[in-house]
Design a protein around this ligand. Structure first.
Ligand SMILES: Nc1ncnc2c1ncn2[C@@H]1O[C@H](COP(=O)(O)OP(=O)(O)OP(=O)(O)O)[C@@H](O)[C@H]1O
Length: 608
């Protein structure tokens, strides 16, 4: 047993003693498991690789219906990585734990690569990425006086993902062998086919890393670099073809997200990066892209044609933009694309997607769960020229892993990229539990909430700034009731308590969200004269939302699964920032398990 496992296992008796020793029946549900290592390769080989033999890009049964998925094999935990200690309770054990081999393969280079320059990123994409991250960086404390002084380093998922995804496609095919193939013509043709296949073969990557770890730029840096490298390769071949390609009526890459708020968020990131002005002399002088970067449409900014096709946008927005010229990146939801099939008297509404080469499914465990997959996968299977499919999420629910196993049954048909902290709650987040059944709350969770908000307002943190608190409830119906109670019963001002549900129009949601999507403002600068802003919402905004420097999250209703708990808690403590999560419990069955959560986070245990 390796040293990590030994150290983890040595802590088990302690953890076991503190949580299980009281032998109250309720503890029986809690398990802190040590997985036996069953490396993936030892797993019985699944069905032969339908993935490439049929030549189709996806297994035959790509018609995704609910029953297709219901027949999915039971989720297995036998392949969980050895020595991984998992914190879970009976119904909360829904997270898949990747095998040790996957962790090992992903983590090469994570420690040795400390600058973006060490990563294979197209020079102007690297410059734009760094400037964009700096532009929204929340300067904490006196360490930096201004953003110029910031020295950013790639996060673990960015290192792992860019190293794996942004590889030249012909790397694996020996070019020398191709060039001087002197034998028969047949061998030459065979080699050419191999080269063609290597160039066009669909590669599927999964990116899984903890919340707030920079996954967005992990996939953007790879995808934008490929778009730029493709442009460069075309320019090298023929400047005329390079120029002509810009007016092609086609989409080159698509980013699919589950909600319009996330479409807005990723589009805003891309727009900021696209508008970064750079000095190409500094960036491209040493590279062999010098001549290419001296082109007027390359040298001053990324100059990509980016289209957001979001809620309420008519299909004509997509068509008009495509008819005017090539769309480099389309940011949208699967629902928008599948709605094209309902259009009357429009011939070939999908023709703009025939040349899509790169596709990202962000928050993929949502996009590929049972209620979504019937919309998502038909969109992906339409992309006949797809070369890279990047499947990105902060959690790998066991059901999601089972879907991936079904879609890509062979070991080598998918490249899994994970980080060591996957499914770990950020250690810098302090978790506490309020038992609403105790006095003075006497069973009233809203009283416990009001008390917690009162304490946060007066705790001296974020001095001189408007405090911001995100409160999660399970049901959208309880959002407005809770807002009303805080205003009417506990004296909060209406402008200080904001409720957001899916009933709000996306434009309204964006407006209401804005105080939480930028750094805290000074008290004297706040237009509402607020001291505290409270956002009450459901899991609609628990995934992916890049709340900026939120220090307080309160979970009023314990979520239905550990997956949702990880996402809710992940709205704070983003990119190594500190944060605080208060869990308000009132049902006996929840209390026991959750009282062990603060300790599990401190110990860096993985959520089950
Ligand atoms: N290398 C970096 N250094 C510092 N900050 C970074 C870096 N990369 C990204 N960020 C910032 O970290 C924040 C979180 O990034 P991002 O939203 O991509 O996280 P995520 O992993 O997608 O989170 P979630 O799983 O919750 O969606 C963003 O504000 C982003 O600008």
């Amino acid at each position: 047993m390796n040293s990590i496992a030994r150290s983890l296992c040595s802590s088990t008796p302690f953890l076991g003693r503190s949580l299980i020793s009281s032998n109250r029946p309720v503890f029986a549900a809690l398990t802190v498991r040590n997985y036996a290592a069953t490396p993936r390769s030892a797993r019985k080989r699944s069905s032969p690789n339908k993935f490439s033999s049929s030549g189709s890009r996806f297994p035959k049964k790509s018609k995704f219906t609910k029953d297709t998925l219901e027949r999915l094999p039971a989720t297995t935990s036998k392949n969980d990585s050895p020595g991984k200690q998992v914190f879970q309770s009976g119904k909360f054990s829904q997270l898949h734990s990747p095998s040790k081999a996957v962790y090992d393969k992903s983590s090469t280079g994570i420690d040795s690569i400390t600058t973006f320059d060490q990563l294979r990123i197209f020079p102007t994409v690297r410059a734009a990425m760094i400037e964009e991250i700096k532009s929204t960086y929340n300067l904490k404390g006196p360490k930096y006086k201004n953003k110029e002084e910031l020295t950013l380093k790639p996060s673990p998922i960015q290192v792992a993902a860019i190293r794996k995804i942004n590889q030249p496609r012909l790397k694996n095919v020996n070019r020398k062998k191709l060039e001087n193939v002197s034998t028969s013509a047949a061998d030459q043709i065979n080699e050419e086919f191999k080269k063609l296949n290597a160039l066009q073969k669909l590669k599927v990557f999964t990116l899984a890393a903890e919340t707030g770890s920079g996954k967005t730029w992990a996939y953007l840096a790879s995808m934008l670099s490929k778009l730029k490298e493709d442009d460069f390769a075309l320019y090298e071949q023929s400047p005329e073809r390079y120029d002509a390609a810009k007016s092609a009526q086609t989409v080159r890459s698509i980013i699919l997200l589950p909600t319009h708020d996330l479409v807005e968020q990723v589009y805003a990131t891309l727009e900021r990066a696209n508008n970064v002005k750079f000095d190409v002399e500094k960036i491209g002088s040493h590279s062999n892209f010098k001549e290419f970067l001296s082109l007027p449409d390359q040298g001053s900014s990324l100059n990509l044609n980016i289209l957001k096709w979001g809620s309420g946008d008519p299909h004509t927005k997509l068509f008009d933009k495509c008819l005017k010229g090539r769309v480099d990146v389309l940011v949208t939801t699967p629902g928008k694309i599948s709605s094209l099939s309902k259009l009357q008297n429009i011939n070939r509404p999908y023709r703009f997607f025939n040349a899509v080469e790169y596709c990202v499914l962000d928050e993929a465990d949502t996009l590929m769960d049972q209620s979504w997959i019937e919309t998502t996968m038909p969109v992906v299977t339409r992309l006949a020229k797809l070369k890279d499919l990047i499947i990105c999420s902060a959690t790998i629910p066991k059901s999601f892993q089972a879907t991936l196993n079904k879609l890509f049954p062979a070991d080598d048909s998918i490249i899994n990229i994970v980080t060591p902290s996957l499914h770990k709650l950020p250690k810098q987040v302090k978790i506490s539990v309020i038992d609403a059944e105790l006095s003075p709350y006497n069973g009233s969770k809203t009283r416990a909430l009001a008390q917690a908000l009162y304490a946060i307002m007066r705790d001296g943190t974020e001095a001189d700034h408007v405090k911001r608190v995100v409160v999660f409830v399970n049901k959208k119906e309880s959002v407005s009731a809770l807002v009303e109670t805080l205003v009417k019963k506990y004296g909060h001002r209406e402008q200080d308590v904001i409720g957001i549900t899916g009933e709000d129009k996306p434009a309204e949601r964006t407006e209401k969200l804005s105080p939480f999507m930028k750094p805290a403002v000074l008290l004297e600068d706040d237009l509402d004269n607020s001291k505290i802003k409270v956002l009450v919402t459901s899991d609609l905004l628990a995934r992916g939302m890049n709340f900026v420097a939120i220090k307080n999250v309160i979970i009023m209703d314990i979520p239905r699964s550990s997956v949702d708990l990880v996402h809710r808690i992940g709205r704070t403590g983003r990119m190594n920032q500190s944060g605080r999560v208060i869990l308000i419990v009132d049902k006996r069955k929840n209390k026991t398990w959750l009282s062990g959560l603060p300790n599990a986070v401190k110990r860096g245990l993985t959520m089950g």
